[in-house]
Design a protein around this ligand. Structure first.
Ligand SMILES: [Zn+2]
Length: 287
C-alpha cells in the first residue's frame, strides 16, 4: 500500500537519517528500486517527473503499475509515490491518479502567488491524505545548455512557506540537478543551518543528489535534510551496464537479444546504486 511521506520523514528527521527519492522511468526501474528497499528494509520514495510520467503513458498508468507491483512483489516497507517538480496542473492530475505525495514547484512564481497556490494545494492534500513538498529558491542545473551554479534560498521565505503547513521543504543550498560542474562551489551549510533554525521540525529536501560527496551528504543530514533526491546517478549506472553488455557482444550470442537479458545488467546496476545510497543516507533497517 502506498503511504504519504509525513510519518516517514518525521521519523527520519528525528532519527538523523534521510529517505531516498529515486526517480523511476519504466517497469524495470520501479522493480529495482522496490526490491532493493524491501531487501534492505528501508522506507522509499518513488519520484515521477512530468517527462517520465508522459513517457510511461500518463500518471494513471504509473500509479496503477506501482500499486500492482507493490502487491505482487509482496513489498512490506512503506512506499511513497511522489510527483517530482510538479506544475500546478500536474499536481491535480496526480492527486486524481492516486499518487500519495506531490511536489508543487512554485519557485518560478512571485512569492505571493507561490504562497496562494501552495495554500490551496495543502488544503486539497490534507483532505485526501497526501503529503506536499514545496520549493523555495530555484534549484539550478542544466537548462538549455546553460549550467546554473545553484541558488541559495532566503531562510525567511523558507519559514513563510513552511508555516503554511507543507509536509517537507526543498530549499536551494547551492545544489543543482544533473552532473556537477568541475568548478562547483559545494553546498552552503551556512544557508542550510539558517533554514533549519527558522523552520524547526520541518523535514528538508535535498535535490540533485548525484555527485554530492558523501561527507557533504552526511553533514546535510545532520543539519535537517530528511529526503534526498537521486535521479541522474541511476541513469548513468543503468546505461553504463547496458553499454557494457552490448559492447561485449553478448546480444549476439545465443538468445542474448532478448530484451529481458539486455536490460538485466542495467537493472542490477540500479539496484547497486540504490543500495549504496540507502546505506549512505542511513535508511537501511528503518522500515
Ligand atoms: Zn529536483
Amino acid at each position: 500500500m502506498l503511504v504519504n511521506a509525513k510519518e516517514m520523514l518525521t521519523k527520519a528527521k528525528a532519527g538523523k537519517y534521510a529517505v531516498g527519492q529515486f526517480n523511476i522511468n519504466n517497469l524495470e526501474w520501479t522493480k529495482a528500486v522496490l526490491q532493493t528497499a524491501e531487501e534492505l528494509k528501508s522506507p522509499v520514495i518513488l519520484g515521477v517527473s512530468a517527462g517520465a510520467g508522459k513517457y510511461m503513458c500518463g500518471f494513471k498508468t504509473v500509479a496503477a503499475m506501482v500499486d500492482a507491483m507493490v502487491e505482487s512483489l509482496g513489498i512490506t516497507v512503506p512506499v511513497v509515490l511522489h510527483l517530482d517538480h510538479g506544475t500546478y496542473e500536474d499536481c491535480y492530475k496526480c492527486i486524481e491518479a492516486g499518487f500519495s505525495s506531490i511536489m508543487f514547484d512554485g519557485s518560478h512564481y512571485p512569492i505571493e502567488e507561490n504562497i496562494a497556490k501552495t495554500k490551496e494545494l495543502i488544503a486539497v492534500c490534507a483532505e485526501k491524505n497526501l503529503s506536499l513538498e514545496a520549493e523555495v529558491g530555484a534549484i539550478g542545473g542544466e537548462e538549455d545548455g546553460v549550467i546554473g551554479m545553484g541558488e541559495c534560498a532566503d531562510p525567511n521565505e523558507c519559514k513563510m512557506i513552511a508555516d503554511l503547513g507543507v509536509t517537507m521543504l526543498a530549499a536551494g543550498i547551492g545544489n543543482i540537478h544533473g552532473k556537477y560542474p568541475e568548478n562547483w562551489a559545494g553546498l552552503s551549510f551556512e544557508t542550510l543551518d539558517a533554514i533549519q533554525q527558522k523552520t524547526g521540525e520541518m523535514p528538508l529536501v535535498l535535490h540533485g543528489g548525484t555527485g554530492i560527496p558523501a561527507d557533504m551528504i552526511k553533514k546535510a543530514i545532520s543539519l535537517g535534510v530528511a529526503k534526498i533526491n537521486v535521479n541522474t546517478e541511476c541513469q548513468i549506472a543503468f546505461t553504463a551496464a547496458v553499454r557494457e553488455y552490448i559492447e561485449a557482444g553478448k546480444d549476439l550470442t545465443g538468445k542474448g537479444f532478448d530484451p529481458r537479458k539486455v536490460l538485466a545488467p542495467g537493472t542490477e546496476a540500479i539496484k547497486a546504486t540504490v543500495r549504496e545510497k540507502m546505506e549512505l543516507f542511513g535508511s537501511v533497517g528503518k522500515a
